[in-house]
Design a protein around this ligand. Structure first.
Ligand code: S3P
Length: 165
């Protein structure tokens, strides 16, 4: 079994991946962690600053390729993986793709809680625009769409495993 979680920054992919994997006895892979390791930089922000977004997308593609044969895994992706078709080709292969669909208000709150703001969350206005542009892509690539507003991590995980009651 291979589950790939997609969704915007702050939609809870990493947290949901951890509990989902625990419940299903699968391992987790965090693509941002692997991308950071591959980059040799200190942070994702540093990759964007020193190498640029295009370079980050290239690294992300390589990570998707590296892990394309991993099984019994829950993969949490970076919010921008859907921008690159070839990255998504590797990620969707033999996978259930779950879109964690989160409204902008919750996203904003979650991102504001982070110590370091993600490089593509430059302003509320630009982040909102980015979400609007990406939403159709998330919907398109997803096999399952789970809305996360007003739901706990536990209930999101239950819904992924058992479906909606
Ligand atoms: C990005 C989202 C980030 C990270 C990078 C780019 C994006 O991941 O991959 O900052 O383009 O939306 P999270 O969605 O885990 O924050």
């Amino acid at each position: 079994m291979r589950i790939v979680l997609i969704g915007f920054m702050g939609s809870g992919k990493t947290t949901v991946a951890k509990l989902l994997a625990k419940k299903l006895r699968l391992k987790t892979i965090d693509m941002d962690d692997l991308a950071l390791k591959k980059s040799g930089r200190k942070s994702i922000n540093e990759i964007f600053e020193k190498d640029g977004e295009q370079k980050f997308r290239k690294i992300e593609y390589e990570v998707a390729k590296d892990i394309s044969n991993e099984d019994k895994v829950v993969i949490s992706t970076g919010g921008g993986v859907v921008m690159d078709k070839s990255t998504m080709n590797y990620l969707t292969k033999n996978s259930s793709v779950v879109y964690l669909k989160t409204g902008f208000d919750k996203i904003k709150k979650q991102v504001m809680l982070k110590k370091i703001r993600p490089p593509l969350f430059k302003s509320i206005v630009s982040a909102k625009k980015l979400l609007q542009a990406r939403e159709p892509l998330y919907e398109n690539f997803a096999n399952i769409v789970i809305t996360t507003d007003n739901k706990s991590v536990r209930s999101i995980v239950k819904e992924i495993i058992y479906g909606r009651k």
